[in-house]
Design a protein around this ligand. Structure first.
Ligand SMILES: Nc1ncnc2c1ncn2[C@@H]1O[C@H](COP(=O)(O)OP(=O)(O)O)[C@@H](O)[C@H]1O
Ligand SMILES: Cc1cn([C@H]2C[C@H](O)[C@@H](COP(=O)(O)O)O2)c(=O)[nH]c1=O
Length: 216
């Protein structure tokens, strides 16, 4: 039975790499996929991984009907054996419903990849709809780590290394940004709740918690 599978995890845990591997293994067996993405860091119409691999993709713009795109492609004689969607958190809920329809009406597997929650720990609307509709939600096995060594479960947005909690839900960016730039860092829940990034932990370790008190 074809399935809608949501592969989810934090930023930088290997989602795009797995998407590329699934596509590669299927194309090695002569299958042809349709790859959608939205707002990839590498630019429009790209699916890129930090391991350096990149492939062409269809940019799933806001308002694009993904089901109609597949039907149109097939009715023009094009092939579609499966569908991959990266950065699925950025899709509108209605587009996730279209992915479910691709599975149910066109009998195609749909593999969607995305982060579940934003920098404020709130579900992205696209991810929420995926959790509601997916046949399976898979957590990636390669765990990204917090600076403390625990499994990273949350995404922090940073400015100059410090965690921020105000701003738009969508700001395309990367981990390991230069000082001063808006960036991201993956943290365990404890350090996300305490807003302790690697930079602030380092700064805290350098300045003593208690000032020396003179007895004189
Ligand atoms: N130089 C490197 N050597 C080995 N693995 C790397 C290197 N750079 C990145 N990675 C791996 O790539 C992962 C990020 O892959 P990517 O597919 O871009 O993540 P995501 O799509 O989840 O943000 C990292 O967790 C790490 O395992
Ligand atoms: C937490 C968070 C992330 N984003 C953006 C930043 C990146 O462009 C993508 C995630 O890409 P990745 O391949 O999983 O690293 O999402 C955002 O817009 N808002 C957020 O809160």
């Amino acid at each position: 039975m074809p399935e809608l599978v949501f592969f989810s995890g934090t930023m930088d845990c290997g989602k795009s790499t797995l998407a590329l591997q699934i596509g590669h293994n299927r194309s090695a067996r002569g299958l042809q996929g349709v790859i959608f993405t939205r707002d990839d860091r590498a630019g429009e119409g790209k699916l890129s991984s930090r391991l350096g691999l990149v492939t062409e993709a269809v940019e799933a713009d806001e308002g694009m009907d993904l089901y109609a795109h597949l039907v149109d492609r097939i009715s023009r004689g094009g092939r579609a054996d499966y569908v991959i969607v990266d950065e699925a958190q950025f899709l509108a809920p209605v587009q996730i419903d279209q992915l479910a329809r691709i599975v149910d009406d066109l009998d195609l597997d749909v593999f969607a990849f995305g982060i579940t929650t934003d920098f404020r720990t709130k579900l992205f609307p696209g991810s929420q709809r995926l959790i509601e509709l997916a046949d399976r939600v898979e957590t990636l096995q390669v765990e990204a780590l917090c600076w403390c060594g625990a499994r990273a479960t949350h995404n922090a947005r940073t400015v100059g290394g410090e965690m921020v909690v105000e701003g738009a839900q969508v700001v395309v960016g990367d981990v390991n940004q230069q000082a001063g730039e808006v960036g991201y860092e993956v943290l365990c829940r404890r350090h996300h709740q305490r807003r302790t990034t690697s930079a602030s932990a380092r700064a805290g370790a350098l300045s003593p918690d208690v000032l020396p008190v003179s007895s004189a």
